[in-house]
Design a protein around this ligand. Structure first.
Ligand SMILES: [Fe+2]
Ligand SMILES: [Fe+2]
Length: 268
Protein backbone atom coordinates (compact mmCIF):
# COMPACT_ATOMS: atom_id res chain seq x y z
CA UNK A 1 0.00 0.00 0.00
CA UNK A 2 1.20 3.46 -0.89
CA UNK A 3 0.05 6.65 0.82
CA UNK A 4 1.05 10.13 -0.33
CA UNK A 5 1.02 12.82 2.35
CA UNK A 6 0.71 16.45 1.31
CA UNK A 7 0.85 19.06 4.02
CA UNK A 8 0.57 22.77 4.63
CA UNK A 9 -0.42 23.76 1.13
CA UNK A 10 -1.55 27.23 2.39
CA UNK A 11 -3.53 27.77 -0.80
CA UNK A 12 -4.27 31.43 -1.55
CA UNK A 13 -7.26 32.63 -3.54
CA UNK A 14 -7.09 32.66 -7.35
CA UNK A 15 -4.37 34.95 -8.71
CA UNK A 16 -2.92 35.59 -5.24
CA UNK A 17 0.24 34.44 -3.50
CA UNK A 18 0.43 33.54 0.18
CA UNK A 19 2.10 36.34 2.15
CA UNK A 20 2.38 38.15 -1.21
CA UNK A 21 5.24 35.95 -2.46
CA UNK A 22 4.62 32.20 -2.04
CA UNK A 23 3.14 30.60 -5.21
CA UNK A 24 1.09 28.11 -3.23
CA UNK A 25 -1.48 27.48 -5.98
CA UNK A 26 1.24 26.60 -8.51
CA UNK A 27 3.05 24.50 -5.92
CA UNK A 28 -0.03 22.40 -5.22
CA UNK A 29 -0.70 22.07 -8.94
CA UNK A 30 2.86 20.77 -9.45
CA UNK A 31 2.48 18.40 -6.53
CA UNK A 32 -0.81 16.95 -7.80
CA UNK A 33 0.68 16.43 -11.29
CA UNK A 34 3.71 14.71 -9.78
CA UNK A 35 1.59 12.36 -7.67
CA UNK A 36 -0.61 11.45 -10.65
CA UNK A 37 2.53 10.48 -12.61
CA UNK A 38 3.86 8.08 -9.97
CA UNK A 39 4.08 4.42 -10.92
CA UNK A 40 2.59 2.72 -9.02
CA UNK A 41 0.10 5.38 -8.10
CA UNK A 42 -0.59 5.90 -4.41
CA UNK A 43 -3.76 4.23 -3.16
CA UNK A 44 -4.76 7.49 -1.54
CA UNK A 45 -3.54 10.93 -0.53
CA UNK A 46 -3.74 12.44 2.95
CA UNK A 47 -3.70 16.20 3.49
CA UNK A 48 -2.49 17.01 6.98
CA UNK A 49 -3.92 20.48 7.43
CA UNK A 50 -3.27 24.15 6.70
CA UNK A 51 -4.89 23.52 3.37
CA UNK A 52 -5.71 27.23 3.05
CA UNK A 53 -3.67 30.22 4.12
CA UNK A 54 -6.37 32.41 5.65
CA UNK A 55 -9.48 30.21 5.59
CA UNK A 56 -11.36 32.34 3.08
CA UNK A 57 -14.10 30.56 1.16
CA UNK A 58 -12.34 31.32 -2.17
CA UNK A 59 -9.18 29.64 -0.86
CA UNK A 60 -11.13 26.51 0.05
CA UNK A 61 -12.75 26.49 -3.39
CA UNK A 62 -9.39 26.95 -5.09
CA UNK A 63 -7.92 24.06 -3.05
CA UNK A 64 -10.90 21.83 -3.90
CA UNK A 65 -10.50 22.52 -7.62
CA UNK A 66 -6.79 21.63 -7.50
CA UNK A 67 -7.19 18.55 -5.32
CA UNK A 68 -10.03 17.17 -7.41
CA UNK A 69 -7.41 16.68 -10.14
CA UNK A 70 -5.90 13.86 -8.09
CA UNK A 71 -6.46 10.47 -9.74
CA UNK A 72 -6.96 8.72 -6.42
CA UNK A 73 -9.12 9.24 -3.30
CA UNK A 74 -7.93 11.88 -0.87
CA UNK A 75 -8.76 12.75 2.73
CA UNK A 76 -8.36 16.02 4.59
CA UNK A 77 -8.05 17.25 8.17
CA UNK A 78 -7.89 20.88 9.35
CA UNK A 79 -4.80 22.79 10.41
CA UNK A 80 -4.71 25.95 12.49
CA UNK A 81 -5.17 28.03 9.30
CA UNK A 82 -8.41 26.21 8.37
CA UNK A 83 -11.87 26.82 9.72
CA UNK A 84 -13.37 23.41 10.63
CA UNK A 85 -16.86 24.17 9.37
CA UNK A 86 -15.71 25.61 6.06
CA UNK A 87 -13.42 22.62 5.59
CA UNK A 88 -16.28 20.20 6.27
CA UNK A 89 -18.62 22.09 3.93
CA UNK A 90 -16.08 22.23 1.10
CA UNK A 91 -14.55 18.78 1.44
CA UNK A 92 -17.52 16.86 2.83
CA UNK A 93 -16.79 13.66 0.87
CA UNK A 94 -13.12 13.86 1.79
CA UNK A 95 -13.57 14.11 5.56
CA UNK A 96 -16.32 11.65 6.55
CA UNK A 97 -16.47 12.86 10.16
CA UNK A 98 -19.51 12.08 12.26
CA UNK A 99 -20.96 15.43 13.45
CA UNK A 100 -20.15 16.41 17.04
CA UNK A 101 -21.21 19.55 18.96
CA UNK A 102 -17.72 20.99 18.48
CA UNK A 103 -17.54 19.93 14.80
CA UNK A 104 -14.33 17.97 15.34
CA UNK A 105 -13.08 16.47 12.09
CA UNK A 106 -12.29 12.93 13.22
CA UNK A 107 -12.90 9.72 11.26
CA UNK A 108 -11.50 6.31 10.37
CA UNK A 109 -10.64 5.04 6.90
CA UNK A 110 -10.61 1.26 7.09
CA UNK A 111 -10.80 0.03 3.48
CA UNK A 112 -7.08 -0.55 3.02
CA UNK A 113 -4.19 -2.64 4.31
CA UNK A 114 -3.45 0.12 6.80
CA UNK A 115 -6.08 1.62 9.04
CA UNK A 116 -6.07 5.42 9.00
CA UNK A 117 -7.38 7.44 11.91
CA UNK A 118 -7.93 11.18 11.41
CA UNK A 119 -7.67 13.26 14.56
CA UNK A 120 -8.49 16.96 14.85
CA UNK A 121 -5.75 18.71 16.82
CA UNK A 122 -6.87 22.27 16.13
CA UNK A 123 -8.06 25.00 18.51
CA UNK A 124 -10.17 27.59 16.65
CA UNK A 125 -8.21 30.77 15.93
CA UNK A 126 -5.10 29.55 17.77
CA UNK A 127 -1.78 28.36 16.39
CA UNK A 128 -1.16 25.58 18.90
CA UNK A 129 -2.59 22.07 19.08
CA UNK A 130 -4.82 20.27 21.54
CA UNK A 131 -6.41 16.90 22.11
CA UNK A 132 -9.12 17.34 24.74
CA UNK A 133 -10.77 14.46 26.61
CA UNK A 134 -13.59 14.16 24.04
CA UNK A 135 -11.17 13.70 21.16
CA UNK A 136 -8.88 11.41 23.16
CA UNK A 137 -11.73 9.16 24.28
CA UNK A 138 -12.91 8.85 20.69
CA UNK A 139 -9.38 7.96 19.57
CA UNK A 140 -9.04 5.33 22.30
CA UNK A 141 -12.36 3.78 21.27
CA UNK A 142 -11.30 3.60 17.61
CA UNK A 143 -7.92 2.09 18.44
CA UNK A 144 -9.58 -0.50 20.69
CA UNK A 145 -11.74 -1.71 17.79
CA UNK A 146 -8.73 -3.27 16.03
CA UNK A 147 -5.54 -3.92 17.95
CA UNK A 148 -3.81 -5.93 15.19
CA UNK A 149 -4.15 -4.09 11.91
CA UNK A 150 -1.28 -1.66 11.20
CA UNK A 151 -2.56 1.83 11.92
CA UNK A 152 -1.53 5.37 11.07
CA UNK A 153 -2.86 8.31 13.07
CA UNK A 154 -2.85 11.57 11.13
CA UNK A 155 -3.30 15.02 12.62
CA UNK A 156 -1.99 18.52 11.97
CA UNK A 157 0.09 19.30 15.06
CA UNK A 158 2.89 16.99 16.19
CA UNK A 159 2.23 16.00 19.82
CA UNK A 160 5.91 16.49 20.66
CA UNK A 161 8.48 19.25 20.58
CA UNK A 162 10.72 18.89 17.54
CA UNK A 163 13.53 21.28 18.54
CA UNK A 164 12.33 23.92 16.09
CA UNK A 165 11.52 26.83 18.36
CA UNK A 166 9.09 28.50 15.96
CA UNK A 167 6.92 25.35 15.96
CA UNK A 168 7.52 24.34 19.55
CA UNK A 169 6.29 27.63 21.02
CA UNK A 170 2.84 26.95 19.57
CA UNK A 171 2.51 24.10 22.08
CA UNK A 172 0.32 21.01 22.27
CA UNK A 173 -2.18 20.46 25.09
CA UNK A 174 -2.93 16.85 25.98
CA UNK A 175 0.23 15.13 24.75
CA UNK A 176 0.75 13.30 28.05
CA UNK A 177 -2.82 11.97 28.00
CA UNK A 178 -2.38 10.98 24.34
CA UNK A 179 0.74 9.07 25.37
CA UNK A 180 -1.23 6.99 27.88
CA UNK A 181 -3.55 5.88 25.08
CA UNK A 182 -0.93 5.36 22.37
CA UNK A 183 1.25 3.23 24.65
CA UNK A 184 -1.60 0.72 25.11
CA UNK A 185 -1.51 -0.27 21.42
CA UNK A 186 1.33 -1.92 19.54
CA UNK A 187 -0.05 -1.53 16.03
CA UNK A 188 0.43 2.25 15.64
CA UNK A 189 3.05 2.45 12.91
CA UNK A 190 3.37 6.23 12.88
CA UNK A 191 1.65 9.44 13.87
CA UNK A 192 1.98 11.64 10.78
CA UNK A 193 1.59 15.39 11.05
CA UNK A 194 2.30 18.72 9.39
CA UNK A 195 2.48 22.21 10.91
CA UNK A 196 6.27 22.45 11.27
CA UNK A 197 6.90 23.18 7.56
CA UNK A 198 9.98 20.96 7.82
CA UNK A 199 10.39 17.22 7.63
CA UNK A 200 11.19 15.78 11.05
CA UNK A 201 11.14 12.31 12.59
CA UNK A 202 11.23 11.60 16.28
CA UNK A 203 10.22 8.96 18.78
CA UNK A 204 7.18 9.81 20.86
CA UNK A 205 4.98 7.73 23.19
CA UNK A 206 6.59 4.53 21.92
CA UNK A 207 5.86 5.19 18.26
CA UNK A 208 7.30 7.41 15.53
CA UNK A 209 6.08 10.95 14.90
CA UNK A 210 6.81 12.37 11.46
CA UNK A 211 6.12 15.87 10.20
CA UNK A 212 5.87 16.43 6.45
CA UNK A 213 7.51 19.27 4.55
CA UNK A 214 5.22 22.08 3.46
CA UNK A 215 4.02 22.23 -0.12
CA UNK A 216 3.46 25.98 0.28
CA UNK A 217 6.66 27.29 1.85
CA UNK A 218 9.48 25.78 3.92
CA UNK A 219 10.55 27.16 7.27
CA UNK A 220 14.17 28.31 7.54
CA UNK A 221 15.65 25.92 10.07
CA UNK A 222 16.75 28.14 12.92
CA UNK A 223 17.58 26.29 16.11
CA UNK A 224 18.25 29.51 18.04
CA UNK A 225 15.41 31.82 16.99
CA UNK A 226 17.70 34.84 17.11
CA UNK A 227 15.91 36.16 14.03
CA UNK A 228 12.16 36.36 13.41
CA UNK A 229 10.78 33.20 11.75
CA UNK A 230 11.40 33.15 8.00
CA UNK A 231 10.41 30.93 5.11
CA UNK A 232 11.89 30.04 1.75
CA UNK A 233 10.12 29.08 -1.45
CA UNK A 234 11.36 25.72 -2.68
CA UNK A 235 10.08 23.19 -5.19
CA UNK A 236 7.19 21.51 -3.36
CA UNK A 237 7.86 18.17 -1.72
CA UNK A 238 5.70 15.55 -0.07
CA UNK A 239 5.97 12.19 1.67
CA UNK A 240 5.26 8.71 0.40
CA UNK A 241 4.51 6.17 3.11
CA UNK A 242 5.10 2.71 1.68
CA UNK A 243 3.75 -0.38 3.42
CA UNK A 244 6.24 -2.85 1.98
CA UNK A 245 5.69 -6.53 1.13
CA UNK A 246 7.81 -7.18 4.25
CA UNK A 247 5.18 -5.53 6.41
CA UNK A 248 7.01 -2.42 7.50
CA UNK A 249 6.20 1.22 6.87
CA UNK A 250 8.96 3.11 5.05
CA UNK A 251 8.70 6.85 4.44
CA UNK A 252 10.22 8.43 1.33
CA UNK A 253 10.46 12.12 0.50
CA UNK A 254 9.61 13.18 -3.04
CA UNK A 255 10.56 16.54 -4.46
CA UNK A 256 8.11 17.53 -7.19
CA UNK A 257 10.67 19.36 -9.28
CA UNK A 258 12.25 18.93 -12.67
CA UNK A 259 15.48 16.99 -12.29
CA UNK A 260 18.59 16.38 -14.37
CA UNK A 261 18.31 12.70 -15.30
CA UNK A 262 17.53 9.95 -14.61
CA UNK A 263 20.81 8.25 -15.60
CA UNK A 264 21.88 4.63 -15.40
CA UNK A 265 24.69 3.70 -13.00
CA UNK A 266 27.23 3.27 -15.86
CA UNK A 267 29.56 5.52 -17.92
CA UNK A 268 27.39 7.81 -20.02
FE1 LIG B 1 1.26 25.53 8.02
FE1 LIG C 1 -0.11 24.82 11.14
Amino acid sequence: MLIAQISDTHVASTGKKAYGVAPTIENLETCVENINQLDPKPDLVLLTGDITNTSQTEEFEQALTLLNNLDMPYFVIPGNHDDRLKLKTTFDKHCPAVPTPQNFIQYVVDDYEIRLIAVDSTIPKEAGGELCQTRLTWLDEQLAKDTDKPTIIFMHHPPVKVGVIEADIDGFIGSKQLGKIVKKYHNIEQIICGHVHLQTHTRCHGTMVTTAPSVGMELVLDLTLKKPPQFVIEPPSYLLHYWTPYNNLVTHTISARKTDGPYLFEEQ
